[in-house]
Design a protein around this ligand. Structure first.
Ligand code: EPZ
Length: 417
């Protein structure tokens, strides 16, 4: 087990390169199952979750070559359509192989992901959509068994906006017979990235990025080479860290157009934010003002940035309300932030944060991916030394975070326990 040792109080200054987006790369890697021709992905982040997805694809019979940020996948010799529990239990996004397997091979057996620390995270909408496309679905012994000689296009209306649900259904629909219309589709940029890649493979898709995606099924998809979009959540996390520490951080190789709601909140908090074509600079102008946050589907404020902004609010001037509307248990960073001296009360899905003048370092324990980022930000602000334990959570979604932070002036070390 490893932990981070952080000495707070140093303003972060300088520029940092955003890595490829985890939440775009995961569905993209799964989409390689849709063709028997090689698919090459560039700018794939080196993360634990990516390694898990690669192992799952290899388990299915794919040949995968990974060289740094380049991943080549050949799914011509897939010899299994079963994603077993041992792999799926470590990463919920494994459910993303259901759609492609069903579309190309007419059957799939994928373990139900089970809950995770931030919520039950069911996949009923994925299943509802696959049934609408004509799949026979049974749930047995914790597995989704899906079968369909040939998927048929259909009109699908999901009960709520679901990111991976939309992605799974999009990948199932591209080889279905006829037209599929996905209503109430998620509008996240990662879905646009997936659609762009599928179109480069020969898919016929329109409306991606809006609430209605239209897919006209094609017989076959061909290979492609595709570069993964930048990680908007990593970029946002570094911008918040820069402001929280009273610094001046520029994130390059990112897409400012996907950070609108985050930039709005940084401006509301009193930071200076400048954007270029592929970079964003956030400069502290003194102590921030507390800002209210309400997480909603894109283009609203992202739930994946909620914990990071709470860390900022703990040392901002005034009180703020943070409401989490997407997941039922995404406040696990609160007790850890309280150990640093934060003043936070939780009432249902709303946390009230009263800004304090300072935080003081303490031993902390990460509980989930974005909570880990919040703890690192808070520790960078707190006086004295903090440790963050169980940083395998952090390694799922942040590539070399401590190295990037060190390059910005942070006093941070990764140590073996
Ligand atoms: C994706 O998760 C992201 N993961 C999450 O990022 C992100 O927080 C989330 O979208 C919301 O933006 C990946 O893309 C790999 P949802 P996903 O389906 O698709 C409920 C991170 O930190 N729901 O949009 O699993 C669900 O319980 C991770 O990088 C159903 O009830 O989220 C939740 O309350 C965490 N039934 C809400 O919808 C379903 O069939 C939104 O979930 C599907 C979802």
């Amino acid at each position: 087990m490893q932990k981070l040792v952080i000495t707070g109080g140093t303003p972060l200054r300088g520029s940092v390169v955003a890595s490829g987006a985890k939440n775009a790369a995961l569905p993209l890697l799964a989409s390689a199952l849709l063709t028997d021709e090689p698919v090459v992905f560039e700018n794939v982040p080196e993360l634990a979750d990516i390694t898990t997805m690669i192992h799952l694809l290899e388990d299915l019979g794919c040949k995968v070559q990974r060289n740094g940020h380049r991943v080549e996948i050949d799914a011509s010799a897939v010899n299994s359509t079963e994603a077993n529990y041992d792999l799926v239990k470590t990463m919920r996004a494994s459910i993303l192989v259901l759609g492609p397997l069903l579309a190309r091979f007419g059957k799939a057996k994928v373990s139900l992901p089970g809950g995770c620390s931030i919520g039950a995270r069911p996949v009923d909408q994925h299943i509802k959509g696959m049934k609408a496309l004509g799949a026979e679905i049974s749930l047995e012994h914790g597995y989704v068994n899906a079968a369909s000689p040939k998927l048929k296009g259909a009109k699908i209306l999901t009960d709520m906006v679901t990111v991976t649900g939309t992605e799974n259904l999009l990948m199932a629909a591209v080889l279905a017979e006829g037209q599929t219309i996905i209503e109430n589709a998620a509008r996240e940029p990662e879905i646009v990235d997936l659609a762009r890649c599928l179109k480069s493979m020969g898919a016929d898709i329109s409306g991606e990025g809006t609430v209605t995606i239209v897919v006209n099924g094609v017989k076959k998809l061909h290979g492609t080479t595709y570069s993964v979009m930048a990680d908007r959540i990593e970029a946002g996390s570094f911008l918040v860290a820069g402001i929280a520490t009273g610094g001046d951080v520029t994130v390059t190789h990112c897409q400012p157009e996907y950070l609108g709601s985050v930039i709005d909140k940084l401006l509301e908090a009193g930071a200076e934010v400048i954007t270029g074509d592929d970079w964003v600079r956030a400069r502290s102008l003194g102590r921030t003002k507390a800002v209210d946050i309400r997480t909603v589907p894109y283009p609203g404020f992202p739930t994946d940035m909620q914990a990071q902004f709470m860390a900022l609010d703990t040392i901002s001037e005034g009180a703020s309300h943070i409401t989490e509307t997407i997941f039922e248990n995404r406040f696990m960073h609160v007790p850890e932030l309280q150990r640093l001296g934060a003043d936070i009360n939780i009432d249902g899905n709303t946390a009230t944060v009263r800004g304090v003048a300072k935080l003081s370092g303490a031993p902390l324990m990460a509980t989930d991916l974005r909570a880990s980022a919040a703890l690192v930000i808070a520790a960078l602000v707190a006086e004295g030394e903090s440790t963050v334990d169980r940083i395998y959570h952090l390694d799922r979604g942040y590539e070399k975070m401590e190295e990037k932070l060190k390059a910005l002036g942070a006093k941070i070390e990764r140590v073996n326990k």
